[in-house]
Ligand binder design. Structure first.
Ligand SMILES: *Cc1c(COP(=O)(O)O)cnc(C)c1O
Length: 364
């Protein structure tokens, strides 16, 4: 039997047990309305209050100023790969600029290039996407409509330590796999986006935080669903929003606030989790290889492999028998990956480190 507490999946990620309990009850009937969450009207005052609370919680965690619109959109982070250039690079004087740091940034670039000219300002392909650039070394154009990067490369396990500052063009970040895992300064960004299914809730909703100043750049004539202004004007309630996903996302935000104690407390826990696992892998460096260079290692996704490929399947079989799941690496690079999203407990990570120690003793 697999254990839900030992789910290290890359996405959808694990959710806190208390959130799953409340969700189960809400499917039968919400305690405060008597109606199932699956049948709640998106036009009800109850749902409007829910949207407001979810926004307030996110503003509170990160100190997000009122000038940022917080939207709850559908289509996943992948739709943002197209919407961003459609809205913000319609008639650019220079190409939109991108950092190519791994699998997801390559995807974002490929999809943007179907909409607008795109230029890669740094490409980690030479290193097999094992390292990240220093922001000061990038050669960028001041005419570019925006610079896009991915704060945490989910597949390769690479995470930027900080944001570039004062870059002179709007900065846009995909934070799908590390949003609310650590503190950052939203004022550095014109836009940040993150789908829910890694750190924030179930699939079906994507958070976007957009500086109001960006809206004046949107061209006329976009299809309404693809125009950020439609969703701003209708308060994320233009067509039927994913009520259920937003409900669970809000439960996760309450959990983060009340059970964890906010983003700084979460960040401290996440640091300890990552340290526990990286140290276990380093203890057995003769047997295992971590994909990322030390300076670029992600606290959210730990990609590694056994140097002896025979051990790969043996490890997965033993892990599975012990209740662990989600440890297979992404199909694009193979190997193994442990995702340490917010809802993965310290205890679960200690158990995984213990499994690795034990495995190394028996097979080393
Ligand atoms: C998983 C992931 C995506 C893809 O998101 P979808 O919601 O499936 O479209 C995009 N960006 C990053 C950084 C991811 O980790």
């Amino acid at each position: 039997m697999l254990s839900n507490l030992l789910n290290f999946s890359g996405g959808p990620g694990a959710l806190p047990p208390s959130v799953l309990d409340q969700t189960q009850r809400a499917i039968s009937a919400l305690p405060d309305t008597g109606i199932s969450i699956l049948g709640m009207s998106h036009r009800s005052s109850w749902f409007k209050a829910l949207l407001q609370e979810a926004q307030d919680n996110i503003r509170g965690f990160l100190g997000v100023p009122e000038r940022y619109h917080i939207l709850f959109l559908q289509g996943g982070s992948s739709l943002q790969f197209s919407m961003i250039p459609m809205n913000f690079a319609a008639a650019p004087k220079a190409p939109a600029e991108f950092v190519a740091s791994g699998y997801w940034s390559r995807k974002a670039i490929g999809e943007a290039a179907a909409v607008t000219p795109a230029r890669i300002v740094w490409d980690g392909a030479d290193s097999g996407y094992r390292r990240l650039p220093a922001w000061s070394t990038l050669e960028r154009s001041a005419e570019s409509p925006f610079l896009h990067y991915i704060s945490n490369e989910t597949v390769e396990g690479l995470q930027f330590r900080d944001a570039p500052s004062d870059i002179g063009v709007p900065l846009i970040a995909d934070m799908s796999s590390d949003f609310l895992s650590r503190r950052f300064d939203i004022n550095d960004y014109a836009m940040v986006y993150a789908h829910a299914q890694k750190n924030l809730g179930p699939a079906g909703v994507t958070l976007t935080l957009i500086d109001d100043a960006m809206l004046s750049r949107i061209p006329a004539g976009l299809p309404p669903m693809l125009d950020y202004r439609t969703h701003v004007e209708h308060g994320s309630n233009y067509n039927t929003p994913p009520v259920f996903s937003i409900y669970v996302l809000n439960l996760v935000s309450r959990w983060l606030r009340d059970e964890i104690g906010g983003v700084d407390a979460m960040e401290a826990i996440n640091r300890r989790k990552a340290q526990t696992l990286y140290q276990a892998l380093e203890r057995h460096a003769g047997m295992t290889e971590i994909h990322a260079d030390p300076a670029a290692r992600s606290a959210m996704n730990v990609a590694f492999r056994f140097r002896d490929p025979v051990l790969h399947d043996v490890f997965l079989t033993e892990a599975h028998a012990a209740g662990f799941s989600g440890l297979e690496g992404h199909r694009s690079i193979g190997g193994l990956r442990a995702s340490l999203y917010n809802a993965v407990s310290e205890q679960a990570v200690q158990q995984l480190a213990g499994l690795i120690d034990d495995f190394a003793r028996r097979h080393g």
